[in-house]
Design a protein around this ligand. Structure first.
Ligand SMILES: NC(=O)c1ccc[n+]([C@@H]2O[C@H](COP(=O)([O-])OP(=O)(O)OC[C@H]3O[C@@H](n4cnc5c(N)ncnc54)[C@H](OP(=O)(O)O)[C@@H]3O)[C@@H](O)[C@H]2O)c1
Length: 277
C-alpha cells in the first residue's frame, strides 16, 4: 500500500475508507461494520468519518469496526461549522470520542467553513492537540483564500490536510489550490473519488478499464493514487467493492492511458469556484 506523508513526517495509507451514508439506521448496520473491518484487514487503515454522518451513527459504526484494534487504524473525523467555536470544538470532540470508543482522533477536520472565524477554530484545534485529544488537525472544503487565512492564524501552520472534492471529473483544484497545498507539504484527501458512482458510466473510463481487465472504479481510483500527496477515501459498504478498491492500489496507469483520460477529463484552464458535494 502506498503512503502519504503528513507535514510532521508521519506516514498514512494513501487509500482509506469513507463512511458517508453509513450509520443512518440506528447503530445496527452489520454490513457496513463488516465492510470497514474487511478494508482494515486489507491495509486501508485510514477511516474517514464525521459527526454529521448519520447524525453520529457513522462514528458509532467506526467504533464497532475498530474495537480491539485501535492502534492499527488512523481515524479522521470532522466537526460541523456550527460547532466550530473554541469551546464548541472541545465539546464536539468529546462527543465524537465517546461514539468512536477511543481516547484520541488522529486527524480532526473542520467540515466546511461556517460563521466562526477560522482563527478561533484553529485555536480550538490547538487546545485539543495540546490536551492529547487529537493528534493532527486540518480542514475540508476550503479554497485558497481561506487556506491563506488558516495559515495566517496563530498555530495555523500546523494544518495537516485539506479534504476536497477531487476526481477525474472534478479537477478545478489543480489550478491554484493543489499547488499551494503541495508547496507546503499539506496532503489533499480526495473525497467522492467515484463521484458517488456517477463517474463509472463514462465511455472512455470504461474503455481504458476494459482494455486492461480492470473496472472503471479501479481506474478512477488509480488515477488519483498515482498523484503525489493525495489520500483517496472511497466509501464502500459492499464487500466486493472493498476488495475491488483495494486492488486499485496495485494499478499503474500508463502514459497512453493517462493521455486518453486527459482528453475527456481535461485539467482546468482557469480558476474555478471550489466544487463541493
Ligand atoms: N468533506 C466532505 O465534505 C465530504 C463530502 C463527501 C464525502 N466525503 C467523504 O468521502 C467519502 C467518499 O465519498 P462518497 O461516499 O461521497 O462517494 P464515493 O466514494 O465516490 O462513492 C461511493 C459510492 O460508490 C459505490 N462504490 C464504491 N466502490 C465501488 C466500486 N468498486 N464499484 C462500483 N461502485 C462502488 C458505493 O457503493 P456501496 O456502498 O454499495 O459499496 C457508494 O454508492 C465519504 O464516504 C466521506 O467519508 C467527505
Amino acid at each position: 500500500m502506498q503512503s502519504v506523508t503528513l507535514p510532521g513526517g508521519e506516514r498514512v495509507p494513501a487509500l482509506g475508507l469513507g463512511t458517508w451514508m453509513m450509520g443512518e439506521h440506528g447503530g445496527h448496520e452489520p454490513e457496513s461494520v463488516a465492510a470497514l473491518k474487511r478494508g482494515i484487514d486489507f491495509g486501508m487503515t485510514l477511516i474517514d468519518t464525521a459527526e454529521m454522518y448519520g447524525d453520529g451513527g457513522a462514528e458509532e459504526l467506526v467504533g464497532q469496526a475498530i474495537a480491539g484494534q485501535r492502534d492499527r487504524v488512523f481515524i479522521v473525523s470532522k466537526v460541523l461549522p456550527s460547532n466550530a467555536s473554541r469551546a464548541g470544538v472541545a465539546a464536539a470532540c468529546e462527543r465524537s470520542l465517546k461514539r468512536l470508543g477511543t481516547d484520541r482522533i488522529d486527524l480532526y477536520l473542520l467540515h466546511w467553513r461556517g460563521g466562526v472565524p477560522l482563527r478561533e477554530t484553529v485555536a480550538g484545534f490547538v487546545d485539543l492537540q495540546r490536551a492529547g485529544k487529537i493528534r493532527h488537525w486540518g480542514v475540508s472544503n476550503l479554497d485558497l483564500d481561506e487556506m491563506n487565512a488558516v495559515w495566517a492564524a496563530p498555530g495555523g501552520a500546523g494544518c495537516a490536510a485539506n479534504q476536497l472534492l477531487y476526481n477525474l471529473g472534478r479537477r478545478g483544484i489543480e489550478w491554484d489550490l493543489r499547488p499551494a497545498l503541495s508547496a507546503r507539504g499539506v496532503p489533499i484527501m480526495a473525497y467522492s473519488p467515484l463521484e458517488q458512482g456517477r463517474l463509472l458510466g463514462n465511455r472512455t473510463l470504461k474503455q481504458v478499464a476494459a482494455a486492461r481487465g480492470a473496472t472503471p472504479a479501479q481506474v478512477a481510483l488509480a488515477w488519483l493514487l498515482q498523484q503525489a500527496g493525495v489520500i483517496v477515501i472511497p466509501k464502500a459498504a459492499n464487500l466486493a467493492h472493498v476488495a475491488e478498491n483495494r486492488a486499485a492500489a496495485e494499478i499503474m496507469l500508463t502514459a497512453a492511458e493517462l493521455a486518453a483520460l486527459e482528453r475527456v477529463f481535461p485539467p482546468p484552464g482557469r480558476k474555478m469556484p471550489l466544487a463541493m458535494l
